[in-house]
Design a protein around this ligand. Structure first.
Ligand SMILES: Cc1cc2nc3c(=O)[nH]c(=O)nc-3n(C[C@H](O)[C@H](O)[C@H](O)COP(=O)(O)O)c2cc1C
Length: 333
């Protein structure tokens, strides 16, 4: 394999972006986590959590469109099950400055698929064509339009589906090669991802278990894909993409316990800024990763998860912080 491959960018229409990018994780990769990922990874594409077109179109306070400018380059991900609301939602997203629009055709959650959104769209290609046509007409070339898919809904049809998406205007396909019943844990279908890559002319991005550069290299050998999305590995570890991109340049980037705890405190504060005084509650799902290397982590985790206020949580985290702060890999805190 050509070693410069990892240093090259990929081009999605007018956008030039690094090969590694952050995957959307609903309830996890929200604005606070994305801002912290940006501290470590200044140029990689980030993506919002999936939001239904009706929600974006109808909301009065524009909550789903709020982000901090540091999150750019930032793509917006929609879900949709019919044509209603697409035009208005697209206008709002473009006006808010998102640099790409992505359509989710991969979510396996029954609460999403029962309305025909997410991965259920893969089982209804005629309806998908109507929806994608509506998106590309509404976007009218102003930002790239991309589609995130699975191996299929109940049956694997990613190859046919990805070709249809490309033929109707998708300028990149992100594939998580598992079917809807396979959720997020079964074996990934590398062969199917390779077939999709070989059949398409637009960039194909792989999503699934990328948690190290060694793994990304293996995925590339097996599939030939152009790009790599990092999902769960970023959960409570905003430095993870930096670890991987540095490894791709033969560099070592590590975050020690002390810096991880500092970032836990930063993350807590950003959650409070973003979600108000109750913001410490959603932060609880990020906490276990941040503290996993502290001594007696499981006891601390139990205590932290039981805290009833942001002040208690902050005090407990400060108790954990080493008195002497170290600096790691040039990131100053
Ligand atoms: C909690 C959770 C939430 C997710 N939310 C989204 C989402 O909003 N949009 C989406 O396209 N994929 C979503 N995914 C799928 C991920 O983007 C990704 O494709 C999948 O987790 C596999 O990659 P990973 O192994 O790197 O996490 C979600 C996955 C998880 C576990």
């Amino acid at each position: 394999m050509n070693n410069s491959f990892w240093q090259e960018s990929i081009k999605i229409e007018n956008l030039t972006i690094p090969r590694f990018m952050a995957a959307p994780l609903d309830g996890v990769t929200d604005s606070p986590l994305r801002q912290l990922i940006r501290h470590f990874s200044p140029t990689e594409l980030l993506m919002t959590e999936m939001r239904h077109v009706a929600c974006v179109s109808n909301e009065k306070d524009g909550r789903t469109l709020k982000y901090d400018p540091v999150e750019q380059p930032l793509a917006f991900q929609f879900s949709a099950n019919k044509l209603d609301f697409i035009d208005q939602a697209v206008e709002k997203v473009i006006a808010a400055g998102f640099i790409m629009i992505n359509l989710n055709c991969g979510c396996p959650a029954p609460c999403v698929t029962k309305s025909g959104s997410g991965s259920a769209l893969m089982a209804d290609i005629p309806r998908f064509i109507q929806i994608i046509n509506q998106f590309t007409k509404a976007i009218n070339g102003r930002v790239p339009f991309t589609v995130k898919i699975r191996a299929g809904y109940k049956q694997k049809n990613a190859l046919e589906f990805a070709k249809v998406a490309q033929d109707h205007g998708a300028s990149s396909i992100m594939i998580h090669p598992r079917t809807q019943p396979e959720g997020f844990t079964s074996r990934l279908d590398f062969d199917l991802a390779r077939q999709v890559k070989e059949a398409l002319s637009v960039p194909v991005v792989f999503s699934g278990n990328i948690n190290s550069f060694a793994h990304a290299k293996r995925v590339h050998e097996l599939t030939g894909v152009d790009g790599f999305m990092i999902g769960r590995a970023l959960w409570g570890a905003p430095w993870k993409m930096r670890e991987i991109t540095d490894a791709a340049q033969d560099k070592v980037f590590t975050v020690d316990t002390s810096l991880a705890l500092d970032y836990a405190l930063k993350h807590l504060d950003l959650n409070l800024q973003c979600f108000g005084p109750r913001g410490f509650i959603p932060f609880k799902k990020q906490l276990p990763q941040y503290i996993r290397s502290v001594h007696d982590a499981s006891t601390w985790r139990g205590r932290l998860l039981q805290t009833q206020s942001a002040d208690d949580m902050r005090a407990m985290l400060q108790e954990l912080v080493q008195p002497t702060q170290r600096q790691t890999s040039g990131i100053s805190i």
